[in-house]
Design a protein around this ligand. Structure first.
Ligand code: ZN
Length: 62
């Protein structure tokens, strides 16, 4: 299973791979399998608002 959640521990922001420009070409992120896993690891983690929007949009299209 691909780890598609990328966590930036500096800004406490969780990104979804390919969902926003922040998640491209940066090697400093910690990969996670799910949002829950990232939050379990660091309670301050919150999903990036761009990624959240992109995810909501994808869910609507289903
Ligand atoms: Zn993002």
């Amino acid at each position: 299973m691909e780890k598609k959640y990328l966590y930036n521990k500096q800004s406490h922001t969780l990104h979804i791979k390919g969902f926003c420009h922040y998640s491209k070409g940066v090697n400093d992120y910690i990969p996670f399998l799910s949002e829950d896993e990232a939050i379990a690891s660091d309670g301050r983690a919150s999903l990036c608002k761009f990624c959240q929007k992109a995810r909501d949009k994808k869910l609507e299209e289903l």
